[in-house]
Ligand binder design. Structure first.
Ligand SMILES: [Zn+2]
Ligand SMILES: [Zn+2]
Length: 317
């Protein structure tokens, strides 16, 4: 089984995105790139070099539903004359647009984000939505953990690896311990656990960082020799990277706990201290990061969490 990476430009800060073509029956594209003319052209060129016509694609598999990964899914499906689209059911929040706005807004209010900041975030993310088409229920099939995607010469095992988003999936080729990991594993940066509603109970927050640690451990159990991430170069030394991620997460947790004053602080206040001078674009990511670390510390019994006045306040023990 040949996994062919194709790099596509994105309008986002993160830079180009990697999508993966498996050029054997049924011809499958894992991720599609954002909905821009440039990404579409680069995708067509990548397919041409692999001697595949877009009309030959039978299956579109999404690692997760962020715009840089899923934006062109509908367009590719239409050009491929109704290829099947597969995505994990827990990506529901992203499926019909960026996120269910009300649910999301509640999470930000509880994290102590001021109303005018929430409004700025909303405007920004409305801008981001133009880079993806949404899918209605019934227009896609579900990726299910532990099932296999079959190909002419082998299979890819679907491994649900929540963390970056609730429905993030990785695909493992056990024959040669190769993994396609989307944004679960990135060579140069520790992936952001993005603030999301819990897909099972949207009034709650998804325990993104705790879930992420489990996902990493699950991938580690395959002893991967090659990991294809959603951005940047492939990872050949997963064990090294795994240890680096773990150290980084533990160090950051210690810092976050140290920042908590006796009187307590909201996740938003901690985010401002963790990332002073962050511009608008990155405020949402900063507050996601602060919430993720505070929630993990709370679930590990290292900080207290109190709710008053609709806001959550974390306190040192
Ligand atoms: Zn992503
Ligand atoms: Zn990405």
């Amino acid at each position: 089984m040949r996994i062919i990476p194709i790099s596509l430009p994105t309008p986002f800060y993160i830079g180009p995105v990697n999508v993966y073509l498996i050029a054997e029956d049924p011809i499958t594209l894992i991720d599609t790139g954002p909905k821009t003319k440039e990404a579409n052209e680069a995708l067509l060129e990548g397919l041409r070099q692999a001697r595949i016509r877009i009309a030959d694609i039978r299956r579109i598999v999404l690692t997760h539903a962020h715009e840089d990964h899923c934006g062109l899914a509908r367009s590719v499906r239409d050009q491929a004359k109704d290829a099947e689209v597969l995505v994990h059911a827990w990506e529901t929040g992203h499926r019909v647009g960026r996120l269910e706005y009300e649910e999301h807004r509640n999470l930000l209010v509880r994290a102590g984000v001021p109303h005018e900041e929430i409004e700025t975030m909303r405007k920004m993310y409305e801008g981001v939505r133009q880079y993806a088409d949404s899918f209605a229920a019934g227009e896609y099939a579900e990726l299910r953990d532990e099932e296999e995607l079959e190909f002419e010469t082998g299979t890819l095992r679907i491994v649900h690896t929540p963390g970056h988003t609730p429905g993030s999936c990785s695909f493992v080729r056990e024959a040669d311990r190769t993994v396609i990991a989307g944004d679960c594993v990135l060579k140069r940066i520790t992936p952001n656990p993005i603030l999301s509603p819990d897909p099972v109970d949207p009034s709650k927050r998804f325990a993104s960082l705790a879930e992420y640690l489990v996902s990493l451990a699950r991938l580690r159990a395959f002893a991967p020799t090659l990991v294809h991430g959603g951005h940047g170069e492939p990872v050949h030394d997963f064990e090294e990277l795994f240890n680096r991620y773990f150290r980084a997460i533990r160090e950051r947790q210690l810092n976050v706990i140290r920042l908590l004053p006796r009187s307590g602080a909201s996740a938003w206040e901690i985010a401002l201290q963790m990332f002073p001078g962050t511009d608008d674009v990155h405020r949402f990511l900063s507050v996601s990061e602060a919430v993720a670390h505070l929630d993990l510390a709370h679930s590990e019994g290292k900080v207290r969490l109190e709710i008053g006045d609709g806001k959550e306040v974390y306190r040192p023990l």
